[in-house]
Design a protein around this ligand. Structure first.
Ligand SMILES: N[C@@H](CCC(=O)N[C@@H](CS)C(=O)NCC(=O)O)C(=O)O
Length: 245
């Protein structure tokens, strides 16, 4: 059988989680980059046929298509290779680490004085143009247009932004507490929860939130995750400008 194919985007946090799982599991795979930034390739009909939500990543194994990052890493975990299943807390961690509104963390620093995010406004226009071009994708695109409007309203509400920041900080505190008395997020061995934690912490680092865990066990934990060969092999990005992601 041919190698599994991961449709992904270099800077996408979900793609980095999936790549870490594949690398840590030592599963050979091919990458097919999908440009979700400049050319919005995720909305091309061939990709929507694979991933009806038009998001990355998507893992194709033979004739099986797996979407949704949690399902992807669990599918990877079920393959032959090192056991990355962790303990009874692993699945809860996957959900909790996926939960922060990563878009808020990014775009809160890109707002005009009136709370408008020019890139999100431009995205709204693009989605409307795509809808005119592809009426057959109305369900997907109308849903995205509504989501874009909700996101614009959220970004104009400083209290709501603060709420999202506070819940992200709570998550970071919980991760710090978890690794205070064990080497990995979900027990004594590396697991898929660490794939999620590593990609999330990398993203938080780009957002300059490291002060939230400075001096805690999470700082040493992140250094250990960064030193693993998988960090580079999976192309985890934790430096550079927010504009690059
Ligand atoms: N629930 C999905 C979310 C995936 C997701 O939001 N992917 C982002 C990148 S991290 C994406 O493809 N964004 C492109 C877009 O929203 O158009 C999953 O876990 O796979």
């Amino acid at each position: 059988m041919s190698l599994p194919i991961l449709y992904d985007h270099a800077g996408s946090i979900c793609s980095q989680m999936a790549r870490l799982a594949l690398v840590e599991k030592a599963v050979p795979f091919q990458r097919r980059p999908v440009d979700i930034m400049d050319t919005n390739e995720q909305f091309e009909p061939w990709y929507v046929a694979l991933n009806p939500k038009a998001v990355v990543p998507t893992l194709v194994i033979g004739n099986k298509v797996v979407t949704d990052t949690i399902r992807i890493v669990n599918r990877v975990q079920s393959m032959d290779g090192p056991d990355l299943s962790g303990d009874a807390t692993t699945q809860g961690w996957l959900k909790d680490i996926m939960a922060p509104h990563y878009g808020v963390l990014l775009y809160r620093n890109r707002l005009d004085p009136d709370g408008t995010a020019p890139q999100i406004v431009a995205r709204g226009k693009l989605l409307k143009a795509l809808l005119r071009q592809h009426p057959e994708m109305a369900d997907l695109l109308e849903g995205r247009i509504a989501g874009n409007r909700r996101f614009q309203a959220l970004l104009r509400n400083p209290e709501e932004i603060e709420t999202h920041l506070a819940s992200t900080r709570t998550l970071i505190d919980r991760m710090a507490a978890a690794v205070a008395d064990q080497p990995f997020i979900a027990g004594p061995a590396y697991s898929v929860a660490d794939c999620f934690a590593t990609a999330a912490l990398a993203r938080f680092r780009i957002h300059r939130l490291t002060e939230w865990w400075r001096g805690t066990a999470l700082e040493a934990y992140y250094d250990r995750m960064r030193a693993r060969p998988s960090f580079e092999a999976a192309g985890v990005i934790d430096t550079g400008s927010e504009r690059d992601i």
